[in-house]
Design a protein around this ligand. Sequence first.
Ligand code: SAH
Length: 240
Amino acid sequence: MIRLFVNAALGAGAELVLDEGQSRYLGAVMRAQAGDELRVFNGRDGEWRALVAKVAKRAVTLQVIDAARPQGAGPDLDLVVALVKRAPLETIVEKAAELGARRVRLAITERTNADHTRVDRLQAIAVEAAEQTGRLDVPQVLEPVRLEKLIGGWEPGRRLLFCDEAGDAKPVLEALTGQPVGPWAILIGPEGGFSPKEREALRGLPFAIAVSLGPRILRADTAAISALTLWQAALGDWRS
Ligand code: SAH
């Protein structure tokens, strides 16, 4: 079943004219024909059944039929990731969407170089991953912010799982056991790691828990996937 994310409001009888990219995908790639059924969602109004009404190269029209699934949301989990190279950053955003993060916050740290981040491209990757996983909300990818600013404006009550490769932090599962369910964030550093000054500041935060992901140094994408997985299993929606 094809699932498409759209921006328009959804309701029975609504007519949707898809943008050029989605129209090309439906018409040329999926060979959709008038009368075919698919699903649409917008992150707010749940998932709806829709029929292809008209196929044109640049503007496929859909007719919304009825509601298929109510809107829901996964756990309140942010992934804060230092800017890394484009390919691993794209992997991180895709996997964060699959693994149920609600937001991806990009952080500028002492050892990152923030030159060419295309947040719109990363957001499109998050949309595609959400379409494929069946989730009805799309993780929001936020513009890069300096780490100290992000920490300075930290939302009260949100806990921070600081993935610290230095080796003396608590093993992640041990650290998560018994922690409260609620708003959390996972923090992953850049290829060059956090600077000693950043580590010290992070370790001093009352809402942060420094954790180890094992005795090997992982690449940022592997670290992000591992931490998201373990958090979901310990405190998220992988529990019964
Ligand atoms: N260049 C650094 C490694 C950075 S790895 C060095 O050689 O020391 C990128 C990020 O992944 C780290 O900042 C950390 O957040 C996370 N990470 C990688 N391996 C980890 C581990 N074993 N435990 C905890 N976090 C880890």
